[in-house]
Design a protein around this ligand. Structure first.
Ligand code: 26M
Length: 807
């Protein structure tokens, strides 16, 4: 019967329509007269979901049979965005299903627009995890992601009077076709309680963690299809629920209501994504999230491992766990606890298994982003883990002392415990000590961590433990999906689609640079993407922008180190200059549209003030008829993955102007260049490697030089009240003048303006610009996340692809 009825449904146009109608009728319980765009989206999504589930089953079955070493990517954030278009393209169903949708009376664009983003991440780190899942699936790796299923994703941003307002992102309001609920997979997670000692049958003294409160972790699986393969991997997201059974004594004591109230608190754990990017907040609930997540994930992995009845010492030969930043560091402690307390291994054997299992990626050197947790808080929530951390530290420091006798300073510097009042646990130190590999995310950053925050550890463990894995992005979403016209042009020019799986093949575009017609078509694609963005800007902000202008874009989280402030100061300077030009001089000006987008953490006062300044400048400049189309300033609200897919392909120049040494990598820089946009940037993060790949002529990098007088007149202008009430901006101005100007805006302003002049000059020669643009795209092969994932797989995880057999 399984053979007779279990075959998958056909994926042609007819098969699609049949399934669509079945889902409208049964899943949505609607009639043919009652199908709006949203219902059409749901029915299409469910049809695709069915296909995904088939692949998911086949893949997981193949992996179970083969039992290869698997890799588990632990990330508190997966910033997936929308799934429908991506799944249609990766499964190569877009054409058939598109026709099917059209015949049913809908436009595919409208249908795709209905989907809400899965925004379970803040920015770079979360989106990187999503790109890596796409590459793991595409390259046939036996991989799973583990994360949390937040009820509320990153907040929605709206503007009121130029100020950021935050609104809850209740993304599960309607059903989510991209997840499979697994009510059968529910794991109890304990908090609090106490530790008791006992003597086991061999006379060894052991510890037992008892009491406390327990909640349940319920699994939700998100299938991730690869491109051009049957492989479909899984992201398992945990949701917190009350235990099914609760404290009966409470009932007996007549405290039913209170007992129910207690249970309801369980749901808080996975309620909300913390909206801080590159900033540590020491909230107890955040620590609970971290433990809840790693404990559930490890228990799941261990259950899978135990089915094969292997010895524990083979665990690292079957399991590689990658820690996406320090957020999952407690997994190191939890595995040690399970091995020692529950499985009865001795400490050293257990620790050897632990360190061979984990590897750790660092994403930042900013001091305020380094995770550290107060010892009393850890002790209270996780008493046994706190003991283990102290023991790990003790044994570690004993070995350090052997290597450097009588050097008390080195012990204090390297200790996992910061000796303050109260004491703190330094999660980065714990992650380094508990992993066999540590990596940074771009060449400069990886060198920086070796010479600064991890300097002592490099000396102690040896340099081989520390590696670079330059970030990458998936060309499927960030070119093929976001820029279909450019993708088509590239495929036509190269004569194949293989470049989507082997991005180095884009090199062959270089030979088309000399073809005038190709250049013309290349520019035409960029222009149509700019028209698309101009329409979006008009519809959301009411601002008219001319698509013939130079589109200058800075979209990313708002943070002082990223220096959106410097950008807007530069815009004010440009505005002043424009106003002083004679009519003849104006003839020579390149019209510009300066586009900003990005969220500020809700508690980040200065970042929010930058948004307000941008909006005030926008209001003044856009209303000034005397400068016509020569300058427009736009802040696009609620920047997210779906918006990035519209903005990035429309950019002529984008800004990546962090203070040197602060942006670990940046990944949007790669997305812009891949889409034929040039970049204006500082010598920082992955900008350096992008420069190496694409060459001097195709990037505008600038270096630090001493303070510039132009900055003073801009500041004076704000202080005079030219951009609204000057008083509200004084804290922002103070960061430059009274403070330390920590992010060096004053030092870099002059050279920044010089670089902007070069951009204007270069843009005047449109034909030459088109050559630069083509070369940019052609030389971006290195920045595919496929390359990055292969490096991780071969050099850190030692996992091999497991191709899923074609049916
Ligand atoms: C930590 C504690 C409490 C609450 C939130 C956090 C937290 C959340 C996100 C800390 C950092 C978070 O993300 C940092 C991040 O996105 N870093 C970026 O990582 C990218 C991928 O490697 C790099 O390209 C960026 O340069 C880097 O800033």
């Amino acid at each position: 019967l399984w053979e007779k009825y279990g075959a998958s449904e056909p994926v042609d146009k007819d098969g699609f329509q049949k399934s669509f109608i079945r889902h409208v009728t049964t899943t949505l319980a609607r009639s043919s007269l009652n199908v709006d765009n949203f219902s059409a989206y749901q029915a299409t999504a469910h049809t695709v979901r069915d296909r995904l589930i088939e692949r998911w089953n086949v893949t997981q079955q193949a992996h179970t049979l083969k039992d290869p070493k698997r890799v588990y990517y632990f990330s508190l954030e997966f910033l997936l965005g929308r799934s429908l278009d991506n799944a249609l393209l990766n499964l190569d169903l877009k054409e058939q299903f598109g026709e099917g949708v059209k015949e049913l009376g809908f436009r595919m664009e409208d249908v795709l627009e209905q989907e809400v983003d899965a925004a379970l991440g803040n920015g770079g780190l979360g989106r990187l995890a999503a790109c890596y899942m796409d590459s793991l699936a595409t390259l046939d790796y036996p991989a799973w992601g583990y994360g949390l299923r937040y009820t509320y994703g990153i907040f929605q941003q709206r503007l009121k009077d130029g100020y950021q307002m935050e609104f809850p992102d209740y993304w599960l309001n309607f059903d989510n076709p991209w997840e499979l609920q697994r009510l059968d997979i529910a794991i109890e997670i304990r908090f609090g309680g106490s530790v008791s000692k006992y003597t086991d049958e061999n006379g060894h003294i052991r510890s037992r963690w008892e009491g406390g409160d327990a909640v349940q972790a319920v699994a939700y699986d998100v299938p991730i299809p690869g491109y051009g393969t049957k492989n479909c991997i899984n992201i398992r997201l945990w949701s917190s629920k009350p235990k099914r059974q609760f404290d009966l004594s409470r009932f007996n004591e007549g405290e039913y209501e209170q007992a129910v109230q207690e249970q309801m608190k369980a749901e808080n754990i996975t309620a909300v994504l913390y909206p801080n990017d590159n900033h540590m907040v020491g909230k107890e609930l955040r620590l609970k999230q971290q433990y809840f997540w790693v404990a559930a994930s490890l228990s799941d992995i261990i259950r899978r491992f135990k089915k094969t009845e292997r010895d524990w010492d083979q665990f690292p030969e079957k399991v590689a766990i990658q820690l996406n930043d320090t957020h999952p560091t407690l997994a190191i402690v939890e595995l040690q606890r399970i091995l020692v307390d529950e499985e009865g291994l001795n400490w050293d054997d257990a620790w050897d298994i632990v360190t061979r299992t984990f590897a750790f990626t660092n994403h930042t050197v900013l001091p305020e982003a380094m995770e550290k947790w107060p010892v009393p808080m850890v002790e209270y929530l996780l008493p046994r883990h706190m003991q283990i951390i102290f023991d790990v530290n003790l044994f570690f420091l004993q070995k350090v002392e052997q290597q450097y006798p009588n050097d008390r300073d080195v012990l204090a510097r390297m200790s996992i415990i910061e000796e303050a009042t109260p004491q703190f646990v330094r999660m980065a130190h714990l992650a380094v000590v508990g992993s066999h590999r540590v990596n940074g995310v771009a060449a400069l950053h990886s060198n920086l961590i070796k010479t600064t925050i991890f300097k002592d550890f490099v000396k102690y463990f040896g340099a081989d433990k520390f590696e670079n894995k330059t970030n990458g992005i998936t060309p499927r979403r960030w070119l093929h999906q976001a820029n279909p016209k450019l993708s088509e042009l590239i495929t036509e020019a190269l004569g194949h689609k293989k470049w989507l799986k082997d991005l180095n093949l884009l090199k062959n575009l270089e030979q088309h640079v000399k073809n005038k017609d190709f250049r013309r078509r290349w520019i035409a694609v960029k222009h149509s993407n700019k028209v698309r963005l101009a329409e979006y800007i008009k519809s959301k902000t009411g601002i008219d922008v001319n698509p013939n202008s130079l589109f200058d874009v800075q979209v990313k989280r708002i943070h002082e180190y990223k220096r959106q402030f410097m950008n807007i100061l530069g815009v004010i300077h440009r505005y002043h200059e424009l106003k002083s030009l004679t009519p003849e001089e104006r003839q020579n000006v390149v019209p510009r549209v300066v586009i900003f987008g990005g969220k500020a953490a809700p508690g980040y006062y200065i970042a929010k003030l930058v948004i307000k300044l941008i909006n005030n400048v926008s209001a003044v400049v856009n209303a000034d008829e005397s400068i016509e189309d020569l300058l427009k300033v736009v802040f696009i609200p609620d920047y997210n993955v779906s918006l990035a897919e519209i903005i990035i392909p429309a950019s002529d120049i984008s800004q990546h102007i962090s203070t040197a040494g602060t942006e670990a990598s940046g990944t949007s820089n790669m997305k812009f260049v891949l889409n034929g946009g040039l970049i204006l940037g500082t010598v920082d993060g992955a900008n350096i490697e992008i420069h190496e790949e694409i060459g001097d002529d195709n990037i505008f990098l600038y270096r630090n030089v001493p303070i510039d007088p132009a900055l003073q007149s801009v500041i004076t202008s704000i202080e005079t009240g030219n951009f609204g009430d000057a008083r509200i901006f004084s804290p922002l101005i103070n960061t430059l003048t009274f403070g330390k100007d920590y992010y060096l805006i004053s030092d870099d302003f002059g050279s920044y303006l010089d670089a902007q002049k070069l951009v204007d000059e270069a843009y005047k020669d449109q034909d030459d610009w088109s050559k630069k643009s083509i070369l940019c795209t052609a030389r971006m092969g290195f920045f595919s996340s496929d390359r990055a994932i292969r490096e991780y797989a071969e050099q850190i995880w030692e996992v091999k692809p497991v191709p899923v057999q074609p049916e």
